[in-house]
Design a protein around this ligand. Sequence first.
Ligand SMILES: *[C@@H]1O[C@H](CO)[C@@H](O)[C@H](O)[C@H]1NC(C)=O
Ligand SMILES: *[C@@H]1O[C@H](CO)[C@@H](O)[C@H](O)[C@H]1NC(C)=O
Ligand SMILES: *[C@@H]1O[C@H](CO)[C@@H](O)[C@H](O)[C@H]1NC(C)=O
Ligand SMILES: *[C@@H]1O[C@H](CO)[C@@H](O)[C@H](O)[C@H]1NC(C)=O
Length: 387
Amino acid sequence: MYRPVTLLSISFCALSTLTSHFVRARPCVAFDIQWNLLAFGFDGKDFSAGTQDTWASGSTTDITTSGRPPFDGANTTCYLSQFANAIYVMNGDASNPASVHIYDATAKSWSTQATNTAGFDPTDATAILDHDTNVFYAISKGEMWSLNMDLLKQANSTAIDWLDNKAVEFPTDGYQPVMALAQNHIHFLNVPGSPPGSANIFVIHFSFFQPEPQSYGNFPATHGRAFDIFKNEGVQTEFAFIPDDGSATYIINVERNDTQTLPGPSTKDPLATYFASPSALVQLSPSTNSVTFFPYDPSNQGANSNAAWSPIPALAQRAVAATGGGPGGTAAAASSSSTATSAKGSSATGGATKANQGGEANGSRHLFEMAGLYAVVGLIGMMVVLL
Ligand SMILES: *[C@@H]1O[C@H](CO)[C@@H](O)[C@H](O)[C@H]1NC(C)=O
Ligand SMILES: *[C@@H]1O[C@H](CO)[C@@H](O)[C@H](O)[C@H]1NC(C)=O
Ligand SMILES: *[C@@H]1O[C@H](CO)[C@@H](O)[C@H](O)[C@H]1NC(C)=O
Ligand SMILES: *[C@@H]1O[C@H](CO)[C@@H](O)[C@H](O)[C@H]1NC(C)=O
């Protein structure tokens, strides 16, 4: 005889599994050095969407393998180490926030690097990975910290120390860092008191805060996302800035000291995260489960101003699977197995900079709640029948 209590507890078990499954999805996108778009943490899997020329029609390859982080951190961010062809993942494992997960994009394998935080709070930090030295620089609670990754593509058994370099030399009260790397300088936008169109600069090689902001042209002093634009070789010399309202895409060139103003993403999402290859800016929008890109030509401003953001259909499909969202997708959402549909990319929240990731997207949470509701109704119905 079936006992209601047992059935109830089974149903609550099922529900809590569902809850953790959806709430924990914290995907991330990044490029490897051949500019394959990698998407991590989509419905418990990782994918390669291949190179930009294949995105419209291409398929995704499942690259999920052992040793990967669960991608359940609140602020997961991904970084490309161009010399090591490795992706470093911060906050990829909520239960081990101090770990840096390393994906060796050549060997396609994972390892986990331990760190000694020495007071550094990885869950409340915004970081960049310096191109030339492979050192992370992170600001947290008004201090500039660093972590030397030493060209690692595989974790070293010795933990690496976070070092407290110095206090940040501009006002940080209430400052939500907007930072990107270019020309071995960390650029901070929207610093309190600095004029629009300017950046406060930290010169990495001299561990030096420039006392005055540098002017770069026209962009608003507002919160948003900044992310560096990789080159095939050498240090990045441009970065993009997209305000939270998605009203425009600004490309700041730190050699010419100017800014291109380009169309904003078609998806406006303050929670979106970004990653850029030399020829594409990629947006992952967790609120709408969409993955879009902007074809960027560093040598043709005319082409850029006529270009537009458009979807990467394969990745959008993976993003929907990852969050259980999608139009009327409650049935699919109730399945905790991976919805590996056709072959297409995945999406993710990769940031060249560590984003101030907010909570779960409203849309997917709503869909989850609906799925939960249907599950409860269904289970109660089942119990009624069985009793
Ligand atoms: C691991 O770290 C130790 C201590 O920093 C260093 O001496 C050693 O060379 C590293 N090993 C590798 C393989 O990088
Ligand atoms: C950009 O600004 C810096 C600092 O003011 C200056 O040294 C440099 O010459 C400028 N570059 C150009 C191309 O104007
Ligand atoms: C990290 O995530 C939490 C929860 O979503 C958010 O409140 C916080 O602002 C985030 N912090 C950073 C530095 O991104
Ligand atoms: C999120 O959902 C809440 C409650 O339904 C609503 O008040 C809020 O406006 C939503 N936010 C967004 C960005 O949709």
